[in-house]
Write a protein that binds this ligand. Structure first.
Ligand code: SF4
Length: 442
């Protein structure tokens, strides 16, 4: 009766790692009555967790829903939820007939009611990432007012998850899936606790998470704020498992553009904070950031200022995004989308080209070193070679490390799999990817 008869569910999770966590929760809720399938044409229930903060994400969400609607077998239901649906709910109710049910973000209660589910434990998840790491979403929403961003309108005000619940969730992920790495995500990790505890409580949360049998704790989405100084001190003094990996989007460096983006701080503030991070944590730390090119008030001079800064400061990793003129944002009200599309493309291409050399050069410091490497799986494109990451490589956004194991060494119990931790010697580098000789299993 159990699995054989259970109807099938097929889920696509679009967008960011926060959406991945929401999708994992929804899948776990449905486990009571549905069994996952990887074939949408045999699914009784098709779910699309959409993304909707910029136009390309909206287009991808629409295309995914329309494509999956073609797979729907008779009697099957297609449920679309998440940011795109939340943002355009009223229009979609009238126009998107391909979806049978439209739900907002975090639709746990709705899903439980709709499918009459009993056991709604929200800290349990059906992991969609390799069993080496899991995202831990520490809050929802955002209280910042960046003029280009629609997320506060979609996801609402900042709401921290209590430390106790997050520790339980992390314990569940470690006990159930054996994950070795927790990747902390939110819209604004620098704000954690300020709503719930009236103060920045990330150090307290990290103290509790470090007590768990996990190897690495990685922080993403730090907003450049004074709280980052506290965090850097914490990394310097109290961290045993929290990686010296700072992911802090700056979005721009020109005083004028930062002001028009309503980032709430000056160029000087950013420079001081970035230099403090580098001086305090030194070369055995990683600095990743993100910038936006083509903001309406970014003229040639402002772009050149950004390019020069990126060339001089030398981040280890850089993400470059084009500006999208989004309704429901302050920038939409105040500015026209003045920068031509091809100019945005050219600025993005130029920055990415410059950064590709910088990243390769910066990461050279890890070449010919021994590193602990967390295996994420076997790479189908390279003859099922084990592939993983060293501490300085975040999942999905940075490079990977491919493991060389000499045939004579590859005994049965050495067959590496996701979640294994090994020691390797980094022998080769190509861009941000590395090759490593297998040394031993940890
Ligand atoms: S910090 Fe700014 S860019 Fe990030 S989600 Fe909040 S408003 Fe958007």
């Amino acid at each position: 009766m159990e699995n054989k008869e259970k109807p099938r569910v097929y889920l696509v999770s679009l967008g960011c790692s926060k959406n991945t966590v929401d999708s994992e929760r929804v899948l776990k809720l449905l486990e009571e009555k549905y069994k996952p399938t990887t074939d949408p044409s045999e699914a009784d229930l098709i779910l699309v967790n959409t993304c909707g903060f910029i136009r390309p994400a909206v287009e991808e969400s629409i295309n995914t829903i329309l494509q999956l609607a073609d797979y729907k077998k008779p009697g099957a239901k297609l449920v679309a939820f998440g940011c795109f649906v939340k943002r355009y709910m009223e229009e979609l109710k009238k126009e998107l007939h391909e979806a049978d049910i439209l739900l907002p973000t975090e639709p746990y209660k709705e899903i439980c009611n709709l499918f009459n589910l009993k056991g709604c434990k929200l800290n349990q998840r059906e992991l969609l990432t390799p069993r080496s790491y899991a995202y831990l979403k520490i809050s929802e929403g955002c209280n910042r007012t960046c003029s280009f961003c629609a997320i506060p309108k979609i996801r609402g005000k900042f709401r921290s998850k209590p430390i106790k619940e997050l520790v339980e969730e992390a314990k569940y992920l470690i006990d159930t899936y054996g994950i070795k790495e927790l990747v902390i995500v939110s819209q604004d990790t620098s704000y954690y606790g300020k709503d719930l505890y009236g103060k920045f409580a990330l150090p307290q949360l990290l103290d509790e998470l470090q007590k768990l049998p996990v190897k690495w704790i990685r922080l993403h989405y730090l907003y450049p704020a004074k709280e980052v100084y506290t965090l850097v001190d914490y990394l310097k003094k109290d961290s045993t498992k929290v990686l010296p990996y700072i992911d802090m989007p700056i979005q721009h460096i020109s005083e004028k553009v930062l002001k028009d983006m309503r980032r709430g701080h000056s160029k000087e503030f950013l420079l001081q904070l970035l230099n403090h991070i580098r001086e305090t944590l030194g070369e055995n730390s990683i600095l990743r950031t993100t910038v936006i090119v083509g903001f309406p008030t970014e003229g040639e001079r402002e772009f050149k200022e950004l390019l020069k800064f990126i060339e001089e400061f030398q981040f280890d990793y850089l993400g470059v995004f084009k500006y999208y003129h989004e309704e429901d944002t302050p920038a939409w009200e105040k500015f026209e989308d003045t920068v031509e599309e091809e100019v945005k493309e050219e600025r993005k291409r130029l920055l990415e080209t410059v950064q590709s050399y910088i990243s390769e050069e910066r990461l050279k410091r890890f070449l010919e070193t021994e590193q602990e490497i967390l295996i994420d799986g076997l790479d189908e494109d390279f003859g099922m070679v084990p592939v993983g990451r060293a501490w300085f490589q975040a999942p999905e956004v940075d490079g990977q490390t491919y493991i060389d194991i000499y045939p004579e060494e590859e005994t049965e119990n050495l067959k590496l799999k996701e979640g294994d931790l090994i020691k390797g010697f980094l022998t080769e580098q190509e861009g941000v990817d590395f090759k490593a000789n297998f040394l031993t299993k940890l």
